[in-house]
Ligand binder design. Structure first.
Ligand SMILES: Cc1cc2nc3c(=O)[nH]c(=O)nc-3n(C[C@H](O)[C@H](O)[C@H](O)COP(=O)(O)OP(=O)(O)OC[C@H]3O[C@@H](n4cnc5c(N)ncnc54)[C@H](O)[C@@H]3O)c2cc1C
Length: 335
């Protein structure tokens, strides 16, 4: 968000990847898809397996289809709140010992009779395909500012293939480092405009209340709203509700002050979270189709007209982001 406010262009912010099997209890963790490959199945609250209703590959469908099915089941009231069961009992003991020994040990230590006892899992955010737009040298639109990894956007299209974050980090980290070093030796240092110290100073008020409780409530409200209205499946009405609530929280957040740089940092972190949510919601509203990780129930088809990227600019002098669609003219060769 700092880069965006300095003028960097973002792209693809509507593409948020969800992981289908997040375990909250008894230990919070993401469960490997290997469990499904080895025979685990999803069941609704009544114990009925449901994935075959959604895809002919059933529980072996890709992550985004699994996440969407769980979300749909839960929304229809057939789940356990936002979750469903993951039944790992079909996985043979030998396979558990070979591939899931660490998980089995951790769960058993916490009193779970794994794999016999069903686990309770729900979708959770996993990867943001969007981010700072970069060129092939990892340069952003701001001179001297490079971006790689999850802060960069555009490398994974509308949906990342599992494992590609690692290769992306290695490849683009190397490219960015080499290019930055070369640019430094040719051009010398580029000083980026930074007003962080001034911003922090301006937000300090020794008479303010401790913002901790207010921030905790506001983070909770924001997360809840993003889950309800801007998560796995979206539509225009839900996204409008999300935008409205983000606007209200932004007003509240603007009034918060901290008594120390540490408290101000927490406030600025929350405001950045709000801005990120605002950009995701604006981009998701703008793209009126379904593609990759972006599912619109009011525009369920993929449309050729939307073959391209939504670019976002939101310099700090502007009250709202500016969105622009750039059509892609060439396609990568098919595999
Ligand atoms: C559960 C899970 C499993 C995954 N498994 C895989 C996998 O098997 N293969 C794969 O390819 N990808 C996987 N991914 C995705 C991959 O891990 C991430 O996309 C990748 O780590 C992103 O790298 P990054 O360097 O951009 O960000 P991060 O790894 O998040 O690193 C950012 C770093 O910056 C630090 N930082 C943040 N703010 C500041 C600040 N203000 N000042 C200084 N430091 C700061 C953070 O502490 C952190 O160390 C997985 C992701 C999750 C959530």
């Amino acid at each position: 968000m700092q880069a965006m406010h300095l003028g960097a262009k973002l792209r693809d912010m509507e593409f948020v990847q969800w992981h289908p099997t997040r375990l909250d209890e008894p230990v919070p963790m993401f469960l490997t898809n290997g469990l499904l490959a080895d025979g685990a199945i999803f069941r609704d609250a009544s114990g009925r397996p449901f994935m075959a209703d959604y895809d002919k590959r059933a529980d072996l469908a890709p992550r985004d289809i699994l996440a969407k099915a769980i979300y749909t089941e839960a929304r229809a009231g057939r789940g356990l709140g936002t979750a469903v069961y993951l039944d790992c009992s079909p996985i043979p003991e030998g396979r558990i010992a070979l591939r899931h020994g660490h998980l089995a040990g951790t769960l058993r230590k916490h009193g779970v009779d794994f794999p016999r006892q069903w686990l309770v899992v729900s979708p959770a955010t996993h990867f943001l395909m969007g981010g700072i737009a970069i060129d092939t040298n990892a340069r952003s639109s701001i001179h001297g500012l490079y971006a790689v990894g999850e802060s960069a956007g555009g490398l994974h299209g509308a949906n990342r293939l599992g494992g590609n974050a690692f290769s992306e980090g290695l490849v683009f980290g190397t490219i960015a480092g080499q290019h930055a070093a070369r640019a430094l030796s040719l051009d010398g240092h580029t000083k980026l405009a930074s007003a962080v110290a001034d911003t922090v100073r301006a937000e300090i008020d020794p008479t303010a209340d401790d913002p901790k409780a207010a921030l905790s409530t506001m983070w909770h409200t924001l997360r809840e709203e993003m889950w309800q209205d801007a998560s796995v499946v979206r539509d225009a009405a839900a996204l409008a509700r999300a935008a409205q609530l983000i606007g209200e929280l932004t007003e509240e957040g603007t009034r918060l002050r901290g008594r120390s740089p540490r408290e101000v940092a927490r406030i600025l972190d929350f405001r950045a979270g709000l801005q990120c949510a605002a950009v995701i919601v604006a981009s998701a509203t703008y793209r009126e189709e379904s593609r990759g990780a972006h599912w619109r129930s009011d525009f369920p088809e993929t449309s050729e007209a939307w073959f391209g990227s939504v670019w976002v600019t939101w310099p700090s002098c502007q009250q709202h982001p500016t969105l622009q669609f750039k059509h892609l003219t060439s396609r990568p060769p098919s595999l």
